[in-house]
Design a protein around this ligand. Sequence first.
Ligand code: GLN
Length: 282
Amino acid sequence: MVTYKEIFQSARRRFSENKIENAYYEAKELFCNVFGKEPVHFKADSYPDREKCDLYELYIKRRLSGEPLQYILGEWEFYSIPIKVGKGVLIPRQDTETLVDTAIEIYKDKCGITVVDLCSGSGCIGLALEKNLDIKEIVLVEKSPDAVKYLKENILLNNSKANIVQDDIFSEDTINQLPMADLIVSNPPYLSSDDMANLQTEVGFEPDVALFGGENGLDFYYKIAKHYKALLNTGGRLIFEVGINQDRDVSDILIAEGYKNVNVKKDLCGVTRVVYGEKNYV
Ligand code: GLN
């Protein structure tokens, strides 16, 4: 028989030996998920039951195979709200909070805005905006059935009034299903062919459809900036998340499409992560 503490220490050691960066944190998160509380909160001489040990072991093996922690836990926090995740949907990243920050800074004093989130995935961006802004209507556009399954769960989990349009942003008809908007946000797939050939093991578990943005990673930016501009009210903003070193190209796309006040924002790591512009005819 092994104690709770021994089980935890062994998981932590196996994670370290397998070069999992945050071995302690990850072993602890999985432990809490299975056993309901942290290792230190169990008495030194108490023993877990067999079934739970087997489950913990299963989770450890999944993690050691490279599967991301977030998929195993099934839920992850983004901008202080819970987001259900699993195979088939992109995991919310801290980088993406920069996009949410940008939108909140601009719209915090506005009442009753309409928001469209293109390529919404789990819905993390739209749902975080809904919690923090006065939104009259919000539509989340996502084409992948696997992602939409999570999107629906997340709408329920966060008591959201968001509507889903399940369609491809490249299909001509999608725009006709959307309302005129004050704000369009998007964290589209933006990895290039080269990026896709060199994915980190964990990212390889995430759906290609959420990652691959065409040969140079910019396909979605061209399409959205050009085609969805018609949806923006005058004075409305388009706010993108961009990949590393894409800020110049995406700024140029917005400028070429006639957006005004094109601007950027850095994430907490100092990477220029957000590019945005305004539809303004004056
Ligand atoms: N941020 C993701 C990554 O670093 C990519 C997500 C996307 O393409 N929007 O892998």
